[in-house]
Design a protein around this ligand. Structure first.
Ligand code: ARG
Ligand code: ZN
Length: 421
């Protein structure tokens, strides 16, 4: 009997520990020839390689996480093809453990409905904050449940508005979401900071005088909670496609504009699994349904991701540019410059179309919102990872500098919308 108990205890311990990345390394690989770019691109579709950040521009590095058992063959191939590469994380698990220790030290007990930018909050705390604001500021803030995640968590949107337009032209709207990729922890705090600055800092009241804001701070709550408790590097949602082998769909490959056209996979175990069909997932459906029902006067869409300091605009599905690409570039550059100038963590944004700067990847929310949601200005914002390469594990003490500088970019976007619509 004691042996059985011991086994149960060991099992329970193992289960709380979650997935370990002991011995996993991250490689910084730079393609310098077209041939090398092609080889790198092929890795993209292999499920065992996790591209943390990538670019297919010659001379631009990608960060690729590789499991211990796959490393020998991977390194051999890099060497054989004369790749320029280095190892930037020697042991991913160590970085995760370090973050955990820091987290246990910075974690403060939040009073119900409060927000903090000195530690990472849980999903229930995000939602409690939105509900509290709606209760405390009923004249400007309303909360709407736009959907429910697969595991039944609320997907809430906060609307910030000074009321309906007094003229015959409706007010322009700005739609923001964060957390599509749940391991990119800096994204939800950025959305929450925008909310806090608009609602609770009266110096910013002019920002919602003539523009309505619709902000969804956590679009993938199941995945987010999973990164908190089980697997720090989870990227997808948590639904198992019927008959599939692995859990999770990449929500940023699941939107229905040129779905599966490029840069997406039908292998459920891949990090870029697009799902069994476009909009198969409750989380992507939530945004789609809201935009189709309420998106008429949206003029700007921002989807927050990390990392890489990039202001990306459509198209993602192919290296083609939308008709208004000059505006997209110009406005993106305005925001990028505002952020760079305010940055205390050395952020330096690049601005470009995502298929040109990164790689072709169809099914992204930015493409769909622009094409089908008819929002002319649509961006995927790749936030910074701190003042040193922290990748997804940006330290809690750098949340505040990151969210503050990003808000300067949001101000620049807002000023443009206010002037031009
Ligand atoms: N890193 C993001 C992703 O892989 C970039 C998305 C850019 N947009 C796009 N439609 N491909 O999802
Ligand atoms: Zn992302």
């Amino acid at each position: 009997m004691p042996l059985l108990l011991l086994l149960i205890a060991l099992f329970a311990l193992k289960a709380c520990e979650g997935t370990s990345f002991e011995g996993y390394k991250v490689y910084h690989v730079t393609p310098n020839t077209l041939e090398q770019a092609k080889i790198l691109n092929a890795y993209h579709y292999e499920e065992k390689f996790d591209f943390w950040e990538e670019s297919h521009l010659l001379g631009d590095p990608s960060d690729i996480m590789v499991a211990p058992e796959d490393r020998p063959a991977f390194e051999r191939n890099l060497t054989r093809n004369l790749f320029d590469y280095s190892i930037v994380i020697d042991n991913v698990e160590r970085l995760i453990q370090q973050e955990k220790i820091e987290r246990s030290m910075t974690r403060t007990m939040l009073a119900p409905g409060q927000v903090t930018f000195s530690s990472f909050m849980r999903h229930s705390e995000h939602m409690a904050y939105l509900r509290r604001l709606a209760a405390d500021y009923p004249n400007i803030a309303t909360v709407e449940k736009i959907g429910e995640s697969y595991e039944g968590r609320d997907i809430l949107m906060l609307k910030i508005s000074s009321g309906p337009s007094e003229t015959s032209t409706p007010k322009p709207g700005i739609l923001i979401d964060a957390g599509i990729h749940c391991r990119e922890w800096i994204a939800p705090p950025v959305a929450l900071y925008i909310i806090q600055q608009l609602v609770q800092n009266s110096a910013n009241a002019h920002m919602y005088a003539n523009v309505d804001w619709y902000i969804v701070p956590n679009l993938n709550p199941d995945g987010y909670e999973f990164t908190q408790s089980n697997n720090r590097l989870w990227r997808k949602n948590r639904r198992l496609t019927e008959g599939a082998q692995c859990i999770g769909t990449d929500l940023n490959r699941n939107f229905g504009y040129y779905w599966m056209h490029a840069g997406a996979s039908q292998d459920s175990c891949s990090e870029i699994y697009a799902g069994p069909e476009a909009f198969s997932e409750p989380e992507s459906q939530a945004i789609r349904d809201w935009v189709l029902a309420n998106g008429e006067n949206l003029q700007l869409y921002l989807s927050f991701h990390s990392y890489g300091e990039m202001m990306l605009y459509p198209w993602g599905y192919a290296p083609e540019l939308p008709e208004n690409h000059e505006d997209l570039h110009y406005v993106g550059q305005l925001a990028a410059t505002a952020i760079d100038q305010a940055s205390t963590i050395n952020s330096q944004y690049r601005v470009n179309s995502s298929a040109i700067l990164l790689y072709e990847a169809a099914g992204g929310s930015d493409d769909w919102v622009k094409a089908e949601g008819k929002v002319d200005l649509s961006y995927c914002v790749e936030l910074p990872d701190g003042d040193a390469p922290f990748f997804f594990m940006i330290p809690a003490r750098q949340i505040l500098p990151a969210v503050r500088e990003t808000f300067e970019g949001v101000k620049a976007f807002h000023a443009y919308i206010e002037e031009n619509f």
